[in-house]
Design a protein around this ligand. Sequence first.
Ligand SMILES: Nc1ncnc2c1ncn2[C@@H]1O[C@H](COP(=O)(O)OP(=O)(O)OP(=O)(O)O)[C@@H](O)[C@H]1O
Ligand SMILES: [Mg+2]
Length: 275
Amino acid sequence: MMLDIKDLRVSFQNGDGQENEVVHGINLSLNKGETLGIVGESGSGKSVLSLATIGLLPKTARASGEILFKGEDILRMTERQLCALRGSRIGMIFQEPMTALNPAMKVGSQIAEGLRLHRHLSRREASAEALRLLEMVRIPDAKRKMHCYPHEMSGGQRQRVGIAIALALKPDLLIADEPTTALDVTVQAEILDILDDLVSELGIALILISHDLGVIARIADRTLVMYRGNEMEQGETERVLREPSHEYTVKLLSALPQRVRVGLEITTPNSEGKA
Ligand SMILES: Nc1ncnc2c1ncn2[C@@H]1O[C@H](COP(=O)(O)OP(=O)(O)OP(=O)(O)O)[C@@H](O)[C@H]1O
Ligand SMILES: [Mg+2]
């Protein structure tokens, strides 16, 4: 098992010194080559869960339980071990790719810099590898784009660069927190296809977080539905979509456009009888 989370609880200290638990005992596990979707409305604890998984919870947070990554508990790692982990084995893709990009540096050099630092490649090797990564995330005209600054690219292209940067370190696990929310639907679909291909081609494990069940349904093998820090249900995505065992999942399903539901062959109690 690559990732095994057991009874994860996270709480924050309020201004008045009170502990406020926001993740209430989540269990999940993930293997190589698998995609786990995490879906839930705003504030349900998706980002807190993913930050805990890369050891990036703020200092004010307290976590208990276990987050076993290849058998080692992330919650019990030193800052130094966590740095090494984030530098190579776990990659993160953010909602707004500018978070991960340096606005003052050409895209090619940014990717190459990480490669030289973490994978000790020569300047020439790093540059060639940066180009290969940009081609892998299907940036059109990648050779020329190497010399662009992030602001000279579209949102979708910037997200592809964000993915390339995460991939540069050859992670075993990728966590994508709302990676397509800021993008229009066609670009969204392309990015999801890229992520899906990376999972099957590179055998990485992917956690895909979204408030949109339609996004999750596209590529996740299994789905965890969260609500207010609790697991509502978890299982094969097909099963969760076809026979949701929880009222909250039914609500998320019925929020999908009819067109998407028909594509997924879902009929929820609410959609029956409607045109
Ligand atoms: N640094 C923090 N300090 C205190 N409370 C926090 C902090 N970060 C998150 N929370 C609380 O934890 C809960 C879960 O937040 P989280 O960001 O994980 O939600 P989310 O599911 O990612 O929502 P969204 O879809 O809006 O991104 C929320 O109630 C939030 O207020
Ligand atoms: Mg979030």
